[in-house]
Design a protein around this ligand. Structure first.
Ligand code: PMV
Length: 326
């Protein structure tokens, strides 16, 4: 393989106010805003290698395995267009997430990709533009461009140029910890995109979901700025359960949880009632993410690790945004 011309890294992110539903599928425009935290420790590193002139398409390797280039090439095309053209690339991407952990890698993957492509084509795009481009690959990827606490804006312009993420506070503002309880290692049953579409098309609760996100964003913004853990716990569990309630009411209903998922949620509530600074969130899969105050983290990790069905726990800090590393 020729030497890479650039390498970039990006961390995974976890939404506290969830993104669930699109107002434009082609541009990947969200139906509502969202707020997330970017993690360190769970990251993608992406190297771009320039292919020979006779190459006819990009190539994609993820953890050494050749995969279809689909959305990766579509995002690279957008960036090549901005540069007035450019070569095809071999995209060599590694996730350090434990294999089979069932954690979404598209957010960190597309954030690292746009960062690397910007550098490779010498574009010098702003982080806001990079966030817009990452969004075209995966809605949540727009947030992984930034570190710490991040808000994805709903935007109002038809071309999506203002549907971008922006930083709310850096990781040092409030150094929370995240314990991820891995409750299943097989691939998830219904992808986020398919799950969102089914919810939008068939759940009677979807309009209520869309109508109530703005108030959740207000509360989460305030909780983060005041470092008010109770306020953040309240809105984050509300948003996660409300997202799942809308998905459960789709036809057929989307059941992302397994018995261990539910046991972890109960355990987190019991720990909080006993004075531990912790709350849960769950995405379109069975893993439970427990967000903790630093002094509660080891107790939470030990408790969740003991639950039958929990294969392992991972402990993460909040981390920086996407960056070029070479
Ligand atoms: O970025 P996508 O299309 O994989 O959707 C992410 C959806 C959730 O993870 C369930 C919620 C979120 O805001 O990250």
């Amino acid at each position: 393989m020729p030497a890479p011309i650039v390498e970039a890294r990006a961390g995974a992110n976890i939404a506290l106010v969830k993104y669930w539903g699109k107002r434009d599928a082609r541009l990947n425009l969200p139906a509502a805003g969202s707020i997330s935290i970017t993690l360190s420790g769970l990251e993608t590193r992406t190297r771009l290698h320039e292919l020979q002139d006779d190459a006819e398409t990009d190539e994609l390797l993820v953890n050494g395995e050749q995969l279809p280039v689909g959305r990766v090439s579509a995002v690279l095309d957008l960036i090549r267009n901005l540069a007035g053209g450019g070569p095809f690339f071999r995209v060599d991407s590694d996730n350090n997430f434990p294999t089979g952990a069932g954690l979404a890698s598209s957010a960190s993957g597309f954030a690292a990709l746009v960062m690397a492509a910007d550098q490779a084509l010498d574009l010098g795009l702003s982080k806001s533009r990079l966030s817009e481009l990452a969004r075209r690959g995966s809605g949540s990827a727009a947030r992984s461009v930034f570190g710490g606490f991040v808000e994805m804006r709903l935007g109002s312009i038809d071309d999506g140029s203002d549907a971008v993420a922006e930083p709310l506070a850096n990781a040092e503002h409030w150094p929370l910890k995240v314990v991820v309880a891995i409750t299943a290692t097989e691939p998830k049953s219904v992808s986020s995109t398919d799950g969102m579409n089914r919810t939008m098309q068939s759940s009677p609760y979807y309009p209520a979901w869309v109508a109530t996100v703005a108030a959740d964003l207000d509360q989460a913004r305030r909780a983060i700025s005041e470092r008010n853990f109770e306020l953040l716990a309240d809105v984050s569990e509300f948003s996660a359960l409300k997202m799942h309630a809308s998905a459960l009411a789709a036809r057929p209903g989307l059941l992302y949880w397994n018995p261990a998922t539910l046991a972890c949620m109960h355990a987190v509530r019991e720990l909080r009632a006993a004075g531990c600074g912790v709350f849960f969130t769950v995405d379109a899969g069975p893993q439970v993410k427990a967000i903790c105050l630093p002094d509660s983290c080891s107790r939470v990790a030990e408790s969740l690790a003991e639950i039958p069905g929990v294969a392992r726990v991972l402990i993460c800090d909040l981390g920086p945004g996407a960056e070029v590393v070479n």
